[in-house]
Write a protein that binds this ligand. Sequence first.
Ligand code: NAD
Length: 331
Amino acid sequence: MTLRAGVIGCGFFAHNHLAAWEMLDGVTVAAVCDLDPAKAQWPGAVSYADAATMLANERLDFVDVITTVDSHRALVELAASHGVAVICQKPFALDLADAEAMVAACAAAAVPLMVHENFRWQAPLVAVRDVIANGEIGEPTYGRIQFRHGYDIYSGQPYLRTEPRLAIMDVGVHLLDVARFYLGRVTRLHCRTQRINPEVAGEDAATITLDHESGAVSLVDVSFFTKRHPDPFPETIVRIEGTAGTVELRGGYEMRVSGNRPAHQTRVEPEVPPFGAKPWHVVQDSVLNIQRHWIDCLRTGGAPATSGADNLETLDLVFKAYRSAETGRAL
Ligand code: NAD
């Protein structure tokens, strides 16, 4: 049976989701919705300007919410009230109360809820996770997960200029999720933020240190104002040290591993999807991967790796990071 999807929010990032749905077997985009009717266009899909009307009129298996954060709670609760499964883009919520309410609404309606936390599905980041999991570097003791660049993100996403909470909400959330993915639960965090570009309202750099329950420590840092050539955007730079070795992504899609096997270097660059282009292919490929995972979960009844409930732990770190930066304290 072909799953019928309804997409809500057809702006800057949505074309990646839409094109990825098109490529996947067993799913069709039945309806698209945007407040701006000119954007709510997709071949073969019925167009709507109002999500409530779309959900009332269409028989959908799930909705894919690709709007900015302020609208997430209303849209996720709307889908749950119709008994329809939901994917919601990151950042999931403006605060933990909203996030918990969405998780509770979907649990009460017994519908799956996944946060579109796609960094975990980036090919190079998955390759590092596989090295950690196969024991090659022993027990992880230290991690550094960085996303520092000078690419003009504001041209495609002009709303980011005026966000009072910028770098941690936009990309820090991904990196904190990857830190959990690699090193497990976080018990303590300290954060410093900077606003370097005077033309943006929020912090455009953040440096966060984490203590993990396992005893490992990590450094997560993000900057949207790093002058560096070549600019690594949009690659995430990673170094994980363990009791037996180190795995590194230093940019250029080479993964270096030195551990309890002979040192080796592996190419971890994903293919450019047919709808994609360099340098964004690593992100576009991850969209395809997470959406494929969602379809598998709907078909098998399995829980998505980045379920709403799982994302509460990542969001808790996001809001603690802001509180730590405001108070100067570790939390
Ligand atoms: P955008 O502003 O370009 O697009 C959002 C669209 O949603 C707009 O067209 C708007 O009209 C529509 N919209 C808003 N409220 C609506 C509602 N109630 N009903 C119907 N339509 C509504 O934003 P964007 O840059 O595409 O970002 C969307 C989300 O995707 C953000 O949360 C952003 O953080 C996230 N994002 C994620 C990644 C990633 O790699 N995971 C990358 C870019 C953006």
